[in-house]
Design a protein around this ligand. Structure first.
Ligand SMILES: NC(=O)c1ccc[n+]([C@@H]2O[C@H](COP(=O)([O-])OP(=O)(O)OC[C@H]3O[C@@H](n4cnc5c(N)ncnc54)[C@H](O)[C@@H]3O)[C@@H](O)[C@H]2O)c1
Ligand SMILES: CCCCC/C=C\C=C\[C@H](O)C/C=C\C/C=C\CCCC(=O)O
Length: 266
C-alpha cells in the first residue's frame, strides 16, 4: 500500500508510540487525524507536525476512546476534512491496575469500538475504500505480566479480537486487513508510570517481577515505528500479530486447530 494521499487515524496519537506512528505516516505523504484525550499535548503535537508537514495534512480531535459519541464524532470530522479513511491505528492505552475497569474500558473496549467505527467508514459494502487497521497490543498480549494482570487480560483480548475480526473481514469481503502489534517494553511515559504505587495498586509490592522482564530489553519508539511501517505496507498480512523485540520483529506462530485438538481436529 503506497501511503501518499492516504488518510490515517491514530488514537492516543499525542505522544509516545502513537505520535511516532503518526509521524512516519505523515513523512510518507499520508494525512493524519490524531484522536487523544490529552488536549494540551495533542495541540502541541499538531503544531509541531504542522510546522514540518504543512497545515493541510493534520487534524487533532480531542477524544476519549471510552466515549462512543466522542469517537463517532472524531471519525466523522476526519471523513469531512479528508474524505474517507484508509488506515486506522487503535493505539490509546494505559496501565493502571488500581483503576482496572478504566484499563479495560480504554485498552479493550476502546479498541473494539475503534475497530467497529473504522469498519463503518472503510468497508467496501458501505462505499469505503478498504485499507488496514492496526491494533496495538503488547508482548503482554502473548504472555503474562504478573504485576499487571488486568493489563495482560486486555492485551490478550486485543490479540484475540483482532484475529477473529481479520477472519470476519475476509469472509465478509470488507477489503480491510486487521493486524496486531505486540512490542516488549518501550521507553515512553506509560512505562515510567506503570510501576508507580498509584498505577500498580496492590501489585506495587511485587513490581520487581515486572521489572525483571526488562531483561528482555527496552525498545525506543523508533524501533516499533519501523515494524509498524512494514505492517501497514505489507498487503499480504491479515490476522497477523507482530512481536517487536530487541533486534527486530517477527510474526507470531499461533497453534492451529490441529496442534490443539490433535486427531479430534475437523
Ligand atoms: N510503553 C510500552 O512499554 C508499551 C509496550 C507495549 C505496548 N504498549 C502499548 O502502546 C500503546 C501506546 O502506549 P505508549 O507507551 O505510547 O503510552 P503513552 O502514555 O506515551 O501514550 C498513550 C497516549 O494515549 C492517550 N490516551 C490515554 N487514554 C486515552 C483515552 N481514554 N482516549 C484517548 N486517548 C487516550 C494518552 O493521552 C497518550 O497520548 C498502548 O496501547 C500501550 O499499552 C506500550
Ligand atoms: C511473555 C511475558 C510478557 C512480558 C511483557 C513485556 C513487555 C510488556 C510491555 C507492556 O506493554 C508495558 C506495560 C506496562 C508495564 C508495567 C509495569 C512496568 C514496571 C516498570 C517499573 O517498575 O519501572
Amino acid at each position: 500500500m503506497a501511503l501518499d494521499g492516504k488518510v490515517a487515524v491514530v488514537t492516543g496519537g499525542a505522544q509516545g508510540l502513537g505520535r511516532g506512528f503518526a509521524e512516519v505516516l505523515l513523512k510518507k505523504g499520508a494525512k493524519v487525524s490524531l484522536f487523544d484525550v490529552g488536549e494540551e499535548t495533542g495541540n502541541a503535537t499538531k503544531g509541531a507536525f504542522e510546522k514540518e508537514f504543512g497545515p493541510d495534512q493534520i487534524l487533532f480531535c480531542v477524544c476519549d476512546v471510552t466515549s462512543e459519541k466522542q469517537l463517532k464524532d472524531a471519525f466523522q470530522r476526519t471523513v469531512q476534512k479528508f474524505s474517507g479513511i484508509d488506515i486506522v491505528c487503535n493505539n490509546a492505552g494505559i496501565s493502571n491496575e488500581r483503576d482496572w475497569e478504566k484499563t479495560v474500558a480504554i485498552n479493550l473496549c476502546g479498541v473494539i469500538r475503534g475497530t467497529y467505527l473504522a469498519l463503518d467508514h472503510m468497508k467496501k459494502e458501505n462505499g469505503g475504500r478498504g485499507g488496514v487497521i492496526i491494533n496495538i497490543s503488547s508482548m503482554a498480549g502473548l504472555g503474562p505480566l504478573p504485576a499487571s494482570p488486568v493489563y495482560t487480560a486486555t492485551k490478550h483480548g486485543v490479540v484475540g479480537f483482532s484475529r477473529a475480526m481479520a477472519m470476519a473481514s475476509d469472509a465478509a469481503g470488507y477489503g480491510v486487513r486487521i493486524n496486531t502489534m505486540c512490542p516488549i517494553y518501550v521507553r515512553t511515559a506509560l512505562l515510567s508510570t506503570a510501576g508507580s504505587e498509584e498505577c500498580a495498586g496492590e501489585f506495587y509490592r511485587i513490581k520487581h517481577v515486572n521489572r525483571k522482564l526488562m531483561e528482555f530489553g527496552v525498545l525506543e519508539v523508533s524501533d516499533v515505528v519501523k515494524a509498524f511501517d512494514n505492517l501497514v505496507l505489507d498487503e499480504s498480512q491479515n490476522g497477523a500479530a507482530v512481536i517487536v523485540k530487541m533486534g527486530g520483529f517477527d510474526y507470531v506462530k499461533f497453534p492451529t486447530a490441529e496442534d490443539l485438538l490433535g486427531s479430534n481436529a475437523p
